[in-house]
Design a protein around this ligand. Structure first.
Ligand code: 1GP
Length: 249
């Protein structure tokens, strides 16, 4: 069933066209994660993703989630790289299957191991097909993905439509954190034409121009990670990116 967070996200998308999920990495973040969260909320974020591809320290992750929850009103959504990414106080989780992994662990194994913890903590699961595009990033390497070539949008369409037919209400086209190339607007547009769910796009997006193009191509959600905390005026830049996403519609 569709839960509270998902309904809220659907409303936000209806209102703004494309919304932004800044990603806060529980491992690389500074001590004052609360103030960063407040800044991204002020910049216009609709929710905050908390992740880390190797979330080693679950106590640290729990504290990061807790600090963010105490600082903002927007939902905190877990973006786990493994079972260790499940944390009690989050509002929701991108309950993801890495569809183009070559290792069943990342398709159904980790999911089975983590499912009861999600239930126990009352975290809302957002059924997500995680699809990795390109090669050479940490997500690609750790997830043993057979990355979809950037110039083969049809392959992304095939996976996305399969995800829809399997009941997944979210598709996340992921170029990988810090990717030198982002998912192309052409690929986003091709998937948009067929996939009837919430389309998330991320990896290597760090300018208002790119954010605008991807929003225009039909992304519902754009994830921005690496850019946060990068330079002195990142907050200003993030808010320009959010504006560009909204103006694309
Ligand atoms: C990574 O898509 C996200 O999972 C964000 O990527 O860090 O490159 O913004 P960046």
């Amino acid at each position: 069933a569709v839960g509270k967070v998902e309904n809220y996200l659907r409303e936000e998308i209806k209102k703004h066209g494309t919304i932004c999920f800044p990603l806060i990495d529980s491992e690389n973040s500074t001590n004052d994660v609360g103030s960063i969260a407040r800044k991204v909320e002020d910049a216009g974020a609709s929710a905050i993703l908390v992740g880390g591809s190797s979330a080693i320290d679950q106590m640290e992750l729990a504290k990061v989630v807790s600090d963010i929850k105490g600082a903002v009103r927007i939902p905190v959504i877990l973006f786990p790289g493994n079972v260790t990414g499940v944390s009690p106080r989050a509002d929701a989780i991108l309950f993801s299957s890495l569809l183009n992994s070559e290792d069943p662990y990342f398709i159904t194994g980790a999911q089975a191991l983590g499912a009861l913890a999600v239930k126990k903590h009352g975290i809302e699961p957002l059924p997500t097909a995680y699809i990795i595009v390109g090669e050479g990033t940490a997500a690609w390497f750790v997830g043993k993905a057979r990355g979809i070539p950037f110039h083969k949008p049809n392959l992304a369409v095939m996976y996305s439509l399969a995800a829809q037919y399997m009941g997944m209400r979210f598709v996340y086209l992921e170029a990988g954190s810090g990717a030198s190339q982002n998912v192309t607007p052409e690929m986003v547009a091709a998937v948009r034409k067929y996939y009837e769910g919430i389309l998330i796009v991320g990896g290597g997006i760090k300018s208002p121009e790119t954010a605008g193009q991807i929003a225009k191509a039909g992304a519902d959600v754009i994830v921005v990670g690496t850019m946060i905390e990068k330079d002195g005026d990142w907050q200003q830049k993030l808010s320009s990116m959010v504006k560009a996403m909204r103006q694309a519609h």
